[in-house]
Design a protein around this ligand. Structure first.
Ligand SMILES: [Zn+2]
Length: 349
């Protein structure tokens, strides 16, 4: 909850610090960046600093009544709102507006964090826009968004934008080493697969991700020796994976989305191997030999196309298409890519 404990994000911290130094605190912020990189922790640290009786530098003192309540998680003026299902609905914004009508309980600032602000329905966004235009005094809004492009431009223009960057692999390695009992190689695999998100890396470490990952990669390599019928069987089996992946909040299990993300990382690695740019770190370095063997049998074009096929499958699943159909389509196309390259090579010979 202290600014000094937030990993990386120097730019974001610096910006918020200068806001407080100037003593003119804007009432709305847009925190952008993927989930799990410290946006909510920063909002809490900001709340602490704004409400602390005796702040030292950027940090709250940790000892005054409001600091203690924030640290204990029972500060009444830190409120959060998140999607109800897929969307943030108009009723939720109305209820928020009602609670903002009262002055902050602690006499300082009330901070209201809206998670996945881009998930507001059109109605909800318009209603929230009115709140932003005439904010009740003492309230500060923090909008968290991974996809700020999906927000109303009129909302974005009323917010002070604070961007959060993905964490460096070394930063994630250091945290995983400190916070988990995993061995060095496992820590490295998770750090590379986490897309710069410490939150995701930690969720992965608490799930069965590491074992599942090995079997998913094995499946992908197996695909290049099998028939179309076998590929279809594999698709039916794969579709039984948990639909949710570790990207979804509250999901403690590795699932379909994680499987596809592992496959995408394999094609990214295969492209690097194929173009001999392996001086860059492979995400799946522990499979280096098999990656080399597989890449030698596939053309650059088919690898690129395979990457796109996996990407399309992810998008189709987000659109709630039937997982079995999506995977059948994807695996058959991937398997064909392998066969085509085989024929190309035969023709050239
Ligand atoms: Zn304090």
């Amino acid at each position: 909850m202290f600014f000094s404990q937030i990993i990386g994000q120097e730019k974001a911290k610096h910006l918020l610090e200068s806001v407080v130094r100037r003593k003119r605190v804007p009432h709305a912020y847009l925190f952008t960046g993927v989930a799990g990189i410290g946006k909510t922790s920063t909002a809490k640290a900001f709340t602490m600093m704004l409400n602390c009786d005796t702040p030292s530098g950027l940090d709250g003192c940790g000892g005054c009544p409001s600091c203690r309540k924030i640290l204990n998680g029972n500060f009444p003026d830190f409120i959060t709102l998140e999607p109800d299902g897929q969307k943030i609905k108009i009723e939720q914004i109305r209820e928020l507006n009602r609670s903002l009508g009262y002055a902050p309980f602690s006499g300082g600032y009330r901070v209201c964090v809206i998670h996945k602000a881009e998930a507001m329905t059109g109605e909800a966004a318009n209603s929230f826009l009115k709140t932003l235009e005439e904010p009740p005094p003492g309230n500060i809004f923090v909008l968290n968004a991974a996809e700020p492009r999906d927000l109303l431009p009129t909302i974005v223009s009323r917010c002070q934008r604070v961007s959060f960057r993905p964490l460096k692999i070394e930063e994630i390695i250091a945290q995983l080493t400190k916070k988990t009992a995993l061995d060095g190689p496992s820590v490295e695999i998770l750090a590379r697969a986490a897309d710069g998100s410490l939150g995701r890396a930690l969720r992965m470490s608490e799930s069965d991700y590491l074992e599942r990952r090995r079997s998913w990669i094995g499946k992908l390599f197996d695909l290049y020796g099998c028939s179309g019928a076998e590929a279809l069987n594999m698709a039916v089996e794969s579709a039984k994976e948990d639909r949710a992946g570790l990207d979804q909040p509250g999901s403690g299990k590795a699932g379909l989305f994680d499987m596809l993300s592992v496959w995408a990382s394999c094609y990214r690695d295969l492209l690097l191997v194929r173009t001999d740019t392996t001086d860059r770190l492979l995400i799946n370095d522990d499979f280096r030999d098999q990656l080399k063997k597989t890449a030698s049998g596939l053309s650059f074009h088919s690898l690129l196309e395979s990457f796109r096929i996996v990407d399309r499958a992810v998008r189709d699943l987000h659109r709630m298409r039937n997982p079995t159909l999506v995977l059948e389509n994807a695996l058959l196309n991937l398997q064909k890519m392998g066969e085509q390259t085989g024929q190309d090579i035969a023709v050239r010979r």
